[in-house]
Design a protein around this ligand. Structure first.
Ligand code: T5A
Length: 203
């Protein structure tokens, strides 16, 4: 990999999609080529998986984990690995750590087990830096309020999101060199400034 790979993570409504756009724009302003992707999605297969995995039909935790892993494997093969090989920066709105926090920790499948099923599809492609936007799930849910659609996982409510937040703290403890918790309270510009300081300070 010659490009630089940054992923943004957090509970639902933490503000990562907004901050991913702001980060990608800031990097472009500095003259970098940037590819911005989201998970699940970013390829035709990934978008089809997104419809299924966030749709209303119940599924087992392992079925959920394998669907996210399948979408991720296709995104890596089609988009992320070629971009990094070409020296492009990649900003990802969620990546492997979402599966570690949601399926591994919150669903109870085990962080190591979920990392293991993702490993063949990811290979050597891992973020150089992962920023977890750290916010109380209640505050994140307030941010989401008023937006129309609620997907199957959001619909499970704040108890699941509390477990996800704990999962992210565990992921940050396991991978301290790569994963950084960034407080997500405050205005968009205040959070963006913290994100940029974390990027500049760690890459
Ligand atoms: N999932 C995903 C897994 O379980 N395992 C996996 O492996 C993967 C990849 C994905 C769902 O799938 C799960 C996690 C999710 O449940 P998603 O589309 O990524 O779905 O869903 P969310 O994470 O819920 O994305 P959202 O778009 O809902 O939330 P974001 O991206 O955290 O937040 P954002 O930026 O859209 O902001 C939410 C609202 O808050 C406002 C924004 O304007 C927006 O209205 N906002 C702020 N308001 C005030 N102050 C700030 N600083 C604000 N920042 C944002």
């Amino acid at each position: 990999m010659t490009g630089t790979f940054i992923s943004l993570e957090g509970v639902d409504g933490s503000g990562k999609s907004t901050q991913a756009v702001m980060l990608a724009d800031a990097l472009r302003e500095r003259g970098h080529q940037v590819v911005h992707v989201r998970e699940p999605g970013g390829t035709p297969l990934g978008e089809a998986v997104r419809e299924v995995v966030l749709g209303p039909d119940a599924m087992s935790p392992w079925a959920e984990a394998f669907l996210f892993a399948a979408a991720r494997a296709q995104l890596v093969a089609d988009v992320v690995a070629p971009a990094l090989a070409a020296g492009t920066w990649v900003v990802a709105d969620r990546f492997l750590d979402s599966s570690l926090a949601y399926q591994g920790a919150a669903r109870g499948l085990g962080i190591e087990n979920v990392a293991a099923v993702n490993a063949p599809g990811i290979g050597e492609v891992m973020p150089h830096l992962t920023i977890v936007l750290d916010i109380a799930p209640g505050a994140a849910s307030d941010r989401r309020a008023g937006r129309g659609s609620v997907d199957r996982i959001e619909d499970e409510g704040d108890a699941l999101q509390e477990s996800v937040a704990q999962g992210y703290r565990e992921v940050a403890r396991l991978y301290p060199d790569r994963v950084h918790l960034v407080p997500a309270a405050g205005s968009l510009d205040e959070v963006h400034a913290r994100v940029m300081a974390t990027v500049v300070g760690n890459l």
